[in-house]
Ligand binder design. Structure first.
Ligand SMILES: NC(=O)c1ccc[n+]([C@@H]2O[C@H](COP(=O)([O-])OP(=O)(O)OC[C@H]3O[C@@H](n4cnc5c(N)ncnc54)[C@H](OP(=O)(O)O)[C@@H]3O)[C@@H](O)[C@H]2O)c1
Length: 306
């Protein structure tokens, strides 16, 4: 007899990663419910990770789907400068609310899957292993490191996916390639942060990795990152080369860009453990850009629509 498919709650399903996770898991025929912070847009339930307790609201949120077997947390304040400027709130969302959600997930008998970040490192050496000791240099990175460390000590069965730069292939969706393409159309230069070296990872791979994590019962910390790595400038060059466009690409230091909190420079990650344990192949940057171009050709007017 076939195993019963998982029932999944995706918290933060109005965001980039959470939205893709929700749509992908739904496409498998799994029972999936998504939340956003406010309102009920697009069938998503309202759930504020700071104010609400999953343990109190799970039945009302899940409705007919029934109790979740997995709780995927994609909710976060993920903008480093905002985390610094709104320290109290960002800590409540990224650390206090996240840990409480993880504990509530275990309390209701579900497995939590959380997103963490390569910003848990200082970005000096790069090519971080799954179990490398943390060394964050900004507020956002400190939040991610604190949650990982808390779970390692108290809830080692939590699954943490450590992401680096997540990219998309849909020109209708607001994401880095769409932004670059629009800057170019508007005659603006494509401004890149100098010296950043990252693993651009297709958001659909992150969604497939979440599927694999549920199916295989993975636990602990996994780097979820395309094994290719690029500087931001080189990625922009390859993007416009494959598009056949001559774009003006300029590099600026963090000081010139007037960032409020520091960005680690080399955040690329070694995802060998995940590739082996989940028998997983990541989408190459070339494949992602080609899909972007195909979709753009099919419907050029939709660029940046969502
Ligand atoms: N995207 C990347 O390149 C990247 C890289 C490394 C790690 N990550 C991690 O991956 C996760 C998802 O990132 P993302 O890019 O998808 O972020 P995002 O697009 O900014 O989405 C954030 C989500 O969190 C929700 N949210 C914010 N505050 C909340 C609160 N108080 N209670 C409940 N929900 C709340 C938002 O809901 P509303 O829409 O209602 O505000 C939204 O659904 C985050 O943990 C992030 O740190 C992302």
């Amino acid at each position: 007899m076939a195993a019963t498919p998982p029932t999944v709650l995706v918290v933060g399903a109005s965001g980039f990663v959470g939205g893709h996770a929700l749509r992908h898991l739904c496409s498998l025929g799994w029972k999936v419910v998504g939340t956003r912070m406010r309102g009920k847009d697009g069938g998503l339930r309202a759930f504020d990770i700071v104010r609400d307790r999953l343990a109190d609201r799970v039945d009302e949120i899940m409705g007919e789907a029934g109790r979740p077997t997995h709780v995927v947390n994609c909710a976060a304040m993920a903008q480093p400068d905002r985390c610094f400027l709104e320290r109290e709130l960002s800590y409540q969302i990224n650390v206090v609310g996240t840990i409480r959600l993880i504990e509530d997930a275990f309390a209701i008998g579900a497995r939590p899957i959380c997103m963490t970040s390569g910003f848990a490192y200082d970005g000096v050496s790069g090519y971080y292993a799954d179990d490398e000791p943390h060394a964050p240099i900004n507020e956002y990175g400190r939040h991610k490191a604190e949650v990982e460390e808390y779970c390692a000590a108290h809830h080692p069965d939590t699954l943490h996916y450590r992401l680096d730069k997540v990219i998309g292939d849909d020109p209708a969706e607001y994401q880095m390639f769409t932004e670059w393409y629009q800057w170019h159309l508007q005659g603006k230069p494509v401004v890149c942060i100098a010296n950043q070296l990252f693993s651009p990872t297709n958001v659909r791979d992150v969604a497939r990795a979440i599927q694999a994590g549920c199916e295989r019962g993975l636990t602990g910390v996994y780097n979820i990152a395309n094994p290719e790595y690029f500087t931001r400038e080189e990625l922009a060059r390859q993007f416009f080369r494959l598009l056949g466009l001559q774009a003006r690409i300029v590099c600026r230091t963090q000081e010139e860009l007037k960032f409020i909190d520091l960005r680690p420079e080399k955040t690329y990650l070694d995802s060998t453990k995940f590739q082996k344990d989940a028998d997983f192949r990541f989408t190459s940057v070339r494949e992602t850009i080609r899909t972007f171009i195909e979709r753009l050709k099919q419907d050029p007017a939709r660029a940046g629509e969502k």
